[in-house]
Ligand binder design. Structure first.
Ligand SMILES: [Zn+2]
Ligand SMILES: [Zn+2]
Length: 255
């Protein structure tokens, strides 16, 4: 299956007009490898660290540990999150941190496709994909989306149905839902706020305009970065309050 996924990822590259210069160092990229990100970064830059999210980690929040078996982390034992589980494609450090900055704040949209493929592989690796009914990118508030021009989380999943079909030869049991969850209040930037302040900032930031569509559904939230998890957890709380059966999160990079 993984090989099939990798094959699909490389096949998808053919149609892509990718930058021939490395987004990291500016040097020309010789030949893309099987790593989807090799169309945007040279091998030297990739070698500087695209740490893949892997065991051991906390089965709930996905916090990675240096060694030992998987176990619930202290934070989850103390205050469990609303989400059942959080998984990621990468650990948020090194080149991936830089690449995400380029994607989000400098609109390097050539990264969307490789990111999406890595995220899809993480979805296949860490979740029972057929468990979900809806995949929901975390929405941006209207004013923020307008300023940026795009919702980075939607760009990470918009081709998931096709990737699933290519890998499994059948249509996915879930669909991408971009209107079931709305951002109703603009939050100030979370950067620089401590955990408590973040949580307060996010209170009532989300709403479900149509709870009938949410009721009884297993939902996978998708976001680009997971640091404290306050954003995803606020969204999950809103969805559960609207009647969702369960909420998990898949992110590109987990701090
Ligand atoms: Zn480079
Ligand atoms: Zn945890």
């Amino acid at each position: 299956m993984i090989r099939k996924l990798a094959k699909a990822a490389v096949a998808g590259m053919g149609a892509l007009i990718f930058p021939d210069k490395c987004l990291g160092c500016g040097k020309y990229i010789k030949k893309p490898t099987e790593n989807p990100l090799s169309v945007c970064f040279c091998l030297t830059c990739l070698g500087q660290g695209m740490p893949v999210f892997d065991h051991p980690f906390c089965p709930a929040c996905g916090r990675c540990f240096e060694s030992g078996p998987d176990h619930l982390c202290g934070a989850c034992l103390e205050t469990p999150m609303a989400m059942q589980s959080v998984r990621a494609a990468f650990v948020y450090k090194g080149m991936i941190q830089r690449a995400l900055g380029l994607f989000k704040y400098q609109s390097k949209l050539s990264l969307a496709r490789p990111f999406e493929r890595h995220l899809f592989q993480a979805f296949a690796t860490h979740f029972d994909m057929d468990h979900f009914h809806l995949i929901m990118p975390i929405p941006l508030h209207g004013s923020k989306a307008k300023k940026r021009g795009f919702n980075q989380s939607y760009f990470l999943v918009r081709n998931f149905p096709r990737l699933y079909k290519d890998a499994y030869d059948r249509p996915p049991p879930w669909r991408i839902d971009i209107s079931g969850l709305a951002r109703v209040r603009a939050t100030i930037s979370q950067t620089g706020l401590d955990h408590k302040a973040r949580k307060k900032n996010l209170t009532q930031a989300f709403a479900c305009p149509n709870p009938a569509r949410i009721k009884g559904k297993h939902i996978l939230l998708v976001d680009d970065v997971f640091t404290t998890g306050a954003t995803c957890d606020a969204a999950a709380q809103t969805l559960l309050a609207a009647g969702a059966a369960g909420v998990s999160a898949l992110v590109l990079a987990r701090a």
